[in-house]
Design a protein around this ligand. Structure first.
Ligand code: NAP
Length: 475
């Protein structure tokens, strides 16, 4: 198994199997045999024991013989201790192949992360150490893993960070950790340290801006949950991302089906996601529909538009709220991809505009506004009621999402959850039939920067407009 959890099953062993060999080979046969052994070894991904290798390969015998002849050992050591001097570890290794080397080659200092399973929970972005460091577990993770304080044992270890500041150690525990198919016991030191964000979820990410966002975020090393309403399109997107990345195995991507317009789909997704991950750091509500051509304004699909673009993100946020990690230094965040077509100034009905601008605007009033719009559409009176003039149903759905984001931002401002909106501008995607001033990748670059703003620079209740991340207004 490789670091990226790709599993290579053993190919069938050839007749001349190294496992069966126990006799030492005559010198004249060894060069040819060595080649054979190495060829077999390459195919079996090192699935032979060191002893088998030494027995069959002259070259491999020579190297450790040389090493052992210089290794010093005191005579009073027990046999067990001598074995420990010779062996580096007692098994459970993660092995690497050229396949694991990132695009920039071997000369890099990027940390190796893997998604592991601990007590039935998938823990993303676990940093694998090389044996010279301790395994750190932030104390906030303990309750999630259902590890009680009584399971922790003490330790005399004094831990200091790179800046020499002392870290408050809470205790030590050992647990089984599953990496791919391999399960091994690992000791963790529990520290009272903040967790930085690592888990992102993007809706409607099989194409367009959502797809480019996932690509950009996953390529920066984050664990990204790509969701799409269609399973085939979702998996195809994952495959495309892996192919485009060259060595796609070091992208931490997970796919889930999620149709945001269907409350049953939201419920099923959240229930599975909670079982698998149980936490979320960043939610990007990107999925949306519009059925209008650029210069058209039909409200034929108004109900679907409102269900997808407003109620979808709203229901998803409500269902995911318990999973947002609460932390004072590493805040969780929601970035709603909206549109300037949904700005309050597009609303021409003065009473409605006044209500939307009010500091005391409530969730009920927003839902009331959306229901009134649908009622007007059904009665055929929507044209005379002062609703936005361009792409009316889409504009109302995005307007509702904008002001709902403001309500949320106020409600959760002291709870470590920041809520902002981003209009990516006129972008070349299928929503605009390929027209636009820039590509989805360009828009995603700005979106990703906003999603990942450091906590001290991240506001809440703001509307980032257009292509420049500098242009920001109140929601
Ligand atoms: N393009 C622009 O000029 C522009 C401007 C301002 C704002 N935006 C916003 O940017 C976001 C991305 O739009 P885009 O331009 O990338 O459009 P897009 O290419 O049409 O992509 C929309 C994505 O949403 C998905 N989706 C639609 N309905 C869904 C549902 N019920 N459940 C789950 N996923 C669903 C689509 O999946 P399917 O493939 O299954 O349809 C697709 O993956 C949207 O919020 C949009 O309003 C776009």
């Amino acid at each position: 198994m490789t670091s990226s959890c790709r599993y290579y099953p053993d190919p069938p062993m050839e007749k001349d199997d190294v496992r069966g060999k126990a006799k030492l080979l005559a010198k004249e046969d060894t060069d040819e045999e060595d080649d054979q052994v190495l060829r077999q070894l390459k195919r079996t991904q090192a699935n032979v024991t060191v002893w088998e290798l030494l027995l069959t390969s002259e070259k491999h015998r020579t190297a450790p013989t040389k090493a052992l002849s210089v290794l010093k050992v005191f005579t009073e050591k027990t046999l067990e201790e001598i074995a420990k001097v010779v062996l580096i570890e007692d098994g459970g290794h993660i092995t690497f192949s050229n396949h694991d080397v990132p695009a920039e080659g071997r000369n890099h200092s990027r940390a190796l992360f893997a998604t592991v399973e601990v007590r039935g929970w998938k823990v993303p972005c676990v940093m694998i150490d090389d044996g010279s460091a301790i395994n750190v577990c932030p104390s906030k993770i303990l309750p999630k893993l259902e590890i009680s304080m009584s399971e922790l044992t003490g330790s005399d270890l004094v831990i200091r960070a790179y800046d020499d500041s002392k870290r408050n150690m809470i205790g030590v525990f050992k647990t089984m950790v599953k990496v791919g198919l391999v399960e091994t016991k690992v000791e963790f030191t529990v520290l009272d340290i903040p967790m930085t964000f690592s888990l992102l979820l993007v809706t409607g990410a099989n194409k367009g801006i959502g797809f480019s966002l996932v690509k950009r975020l996953a390529e920066s090393g984050l664990t990204v949950i790509l969701t799409a309403r269609d399973v085939e399109r979702g998996y195809k997107a994952i495959e495309q991302l892996r192919n485009e990345h060259g060595d796609g195995d070091d992208l931490h991507l997970h796919f889930y089906r999620l149709d945001v317009s269907d409350p049953a789909s939201i419920k099923a997704f959240v229930s599975q996601f909670e079982k698998d991950f149980g936490v979320l750091d960043i939610l990007v509500n990107n999925a949306a529909v519009s059925f209008n051509e650029i210069h058209e304004n039909s409200v034929e699909h108004a109900e679907t538009v409102v269900k997808t673009n407003f109620y979808g993100p709203k229901l998803l946020i409500e269902a995911l709220l318990p999973m947002f990690r609460q932390s004072t230094s590493a805040c969780s965040r929601i970035l709603n991809i909206t549109s300037r077509l949904g700005s309050i100034n597009k609303m021409r009905n003065p009473k409605m505009k006044e209500m939307l601008l009010s500091e005391n605007l409530s969730e009920e009033q927003i839902v009331g506004m959306v229901n009134l719009f649908i009622e007007n559409v059904k009665k055929g009176t929507w044209k005379s009621q002062g609703w936005p003039e361009i792409w009316t149903d889409y504009a109302v759905s995005k307007l509702a999402l904008n002001v709902y984001s403001r309500v949320l931002a106020t409600r959760y401002k002291d709870c470590g959850l920041r809520v902002n909106c981003f209009c990516p501008g006129f972008t070349q995607t299928s929503m605009t039939r390929g027209k636009g001033t820039h590509t989805a990748a360009d828009a995603a670059e700005v979106g990703a920067r906003l999603a990942l703003l450091p906590p001290h620079q991240l506001p809440t209740g703001k509307f980032y407009i257009g292509f420049s991340p500098g242009i920001v207004s109140k929601l």
